[in-house]
Design a protein around this ligand. Sequence first.
Ligand SMILES: *[C@@H]1O[C@H](CO)[C@@H](O)[C@H](O)[C@H]1NC(C)=O
Length: 244
Amino acid sequence: MATFSGLNLLFFSFFIASGAISVVSGTVFTIRNNCRFTVWPGILTGQGAQLSDGGFTLSPGASVAITAPAGWSGRIWGRTGCNFDGSGSGSCQTGDCGNKLKCNGAGGKPPATLAEFTIGTGGAKDFYDVSLVDGYNVKMGITTQGGSGDCQNVGCVSDLNAICPNDLRVSNAGNVVACKSACEAFGKPEYCCTGSFSTPQTCPPTNYSRIFKGACPKAYSYAYDDASSTFTCANANYAIVFCP
Ligand SMILES: *[C@@H]1O[C@H](CO)[C@@H](O)[C@H](O)[C@H]1NC(C)=O
């Protein structure tokens, strides 16, 4: 068996260095909880690997950094009022993904505020937004870190639960814990942009989506709210903050 030669060591060092570079080149999501209550983030991957088994606990003041590979797409939301046992089974008042801490491919039950990302490949732009299309449960903001282009900080930093119309409210023990979208509450084509309302031209804002838009101008208030709600940035990292 050969002993390590100088060349082997050089090769080995290069191997370590290139490994380190590939870790740095991913997109870092720093997920932080600025709320006074615990939030249980859920992550649903559309394209690419599962991140952090799709869910974890985030105490008030805590933050976690997660690296997503180029080309990754998915959504991140916050679950509130959860009760999990030691094996990670249990449920949440809002955003529940099927009675488990680690969502692992399961989506969150609406209403829930969503942060949505499509990470570019080879230096191409990332697309990101905060969406209220599936309703609202907790304040959420996205802040870009570094990057180039029209990199804007976006989100829904108002308390929509406090101004939620009566017919959209989800309550628990007398408190409004989430606010449904009009589509979810009424299922009508004009709110869901389906049937004869299935194009951006035929699905204008409604009295309900206007309440969402007024409170959170930099978030998607309904399905065809695109023009003012999708943002781009190249080669950035992102902070996703609950109660920013
Ligand atoms: C929105 O409009 C519908 C239909 O005109 C009406 O029934 C409903 O009360 C309105 N809701 C709000 C919150 O303005």
